[in-house]
Design a protein around this ligand. Structure first.
Ligand code: BGC
Length: 392
């Protein structure tokens, strides 16, 4: 068991406790509450007591968990919070951020829908002295992004690609070449996330960094020939779009289900479930043991964790929303104290205008073998939720 035991995914982790309110920190102008590197003159001017939190959608449970965790941890630290979800609609999100600015938020935490669509909102924020933290998704084309908290997105892709290779028997769980690896050729297909989300490229590039050598030597064959990011991307990460593309691929390239398909790279659990539905309907089998192709995922959504437990989906990537929320709150407290939040990456996240200082968290690959140790023992999901496939 680790220190998250009994912490629900909607609650703060133990390390996020603060005894000093942010307002007091900001007003006193003293350092504290973070590992920040020195005072930031510009931020000391605006006392931060109210935080606007803009999340993309409630259709994926991870964003609900993120929103709830950020809100509860900020409130516990003494901030007032305006939390909004935008239903994956860009005008709704821009309008919500406009209204957070006009209603007096002094700091914004934003998980964008389209990372390129917020330039004028961020300019208005900067003009009002409001700090902006990009949450999980980098906001592009703006100099007014002060900090970025996320997971190591390239490594998420590497983990997805490695997991696909593992499911296909080519490598072991550590990524080392398997002794009894099949020589192939094995047919695979590739899916990527939404092209307007900066993360989608990182995930795809990370996955291809481990898959490409196997494609180059003929072990893996992308039989459709669809290997370019723009072709395999899935607008807004939608399950229905992924299911339709998989159905079309089965018809165009796999003889309606009669041609072997060994695996599918899927970047997000909703997309994975759309792909699995299409494969099951085409007769590939109900479970991996029946011949269902290996399908990867991301986010440890409860519906997919159940599928993994039942031997249907092969894997997912666990990104603990509690630690991400905690990191966003730490950065908020640093800004409130007039400090610069501590970054652990100052090279990789160029948003088109500047390299945004970032704090990146690690991720864990989940298969049937570690659902209990990583997700249940840490309190992220209960055993009953895993069995039911529904959050309670
Ligand atoms: C997040 C993923 C998520 C995807 C779809 C990405 O920006 O990093 O965790 O699966 O959006 O919501």
């Amino acid at each position: 068991m680790n220190w998250f035991t009994k912490q629900s995914r909607f609650k703060k982790p133990l390390i996020a406790v603060t005894l000093v309110t942010a307002g007091a920190l900001a007003l006193s102008g003293c350092a504290g509450g973070g590992a920040g590197a020195g005072a930031d003159e510009s931020s000391a001017a605006v006392a931060i007591t109210k935080v606007g939190v803009a999340m993309p959608t409630q259709t994926s449970e991870r964003w609900i968990a993120d929103g709830d965790a950020v809100k509860s941890q900020l409130e516990e630290a003494g901030f007032t919070v305006d939390l909004q979800f935008a239903n994956d609609d860009i005008p709704t999100q821009t309008q919500q951020i406009d209204s957070m600015i006009t209603s007096g938020a002094q700091l914004l935490i934003i998980a964008s829908i389209d990372g390129t669509a917020l330039t004028s909102q961020l300019q208005a924020a900067a003009d009002a002295g409001i700090k902006v933290i990009a949450y999980d998704r980098l906001i592009r084309n703006s100099e007014n992004v002060d900090f970025y908290v996320s997971f190591d997105n390239f490594k998420v892709g590497v983990a997805q690609g490695t997991s696909l290779l593992n499911g296909l028997g080519l490598v072991d769980a550590t990524g080392a070449k398997a002794a009894d690896a099949p020589s192939g050729p094995l047919n695979i297909e590739l899916f990527a996330g939404s092209a307007d989300d900066n993360n989608a490229t990182f995930f795809f590039d990370g996955a291809m960094s481990v898959l490409q050598p196997y494609i180059d030597d003929g072990t893996l064959v992308v039989k459709s020939g669809q290997t370019k990011f723009d072709v395999v991307a899935t607008l807004r990460w939608q399950q229905e779009i992924a299911q339709k593309r998989m159905e079309d691929l089965i018809t165009s390239t796999y003889g309606g289900g009669s041609t072997p398909l060994a695996g599918v790279l899927a970047p997000y659990d909703g997309i994975s479930r759309g792909i699995i539905t299409a494969l099951q309907s085409a007769g590939y089998g109900d479970t991996i043991a029946d011949g269902l192709p290996i399908v990867t995922g991301q986010d440890a959504e409860i519906a997919s964790v159940k599928l993994i437990n039942d031997g249907v989906q092969f894997s997912t990537i666990f990104k603990d929303t509690r630690t991400l929320a905690s990191q966003a709150v730490t950065a908020t407290k640093d800004f409130a104290a007039g400090n610069t939040p501590e970054a652990n990456n100052t090279t990789d996240y160029d948003n088109g205008v500047k390299v945004v200082p970032s704090f990146l968290l690690p991720v864990v690959t989940i298969t049937k073998d570690n659902i209990q140790s990583e997700l249940v023992d840490s309190g992220y999901w209960t055993a009953a939720e895993v069995a039911a496939g529904v959050a309670s």
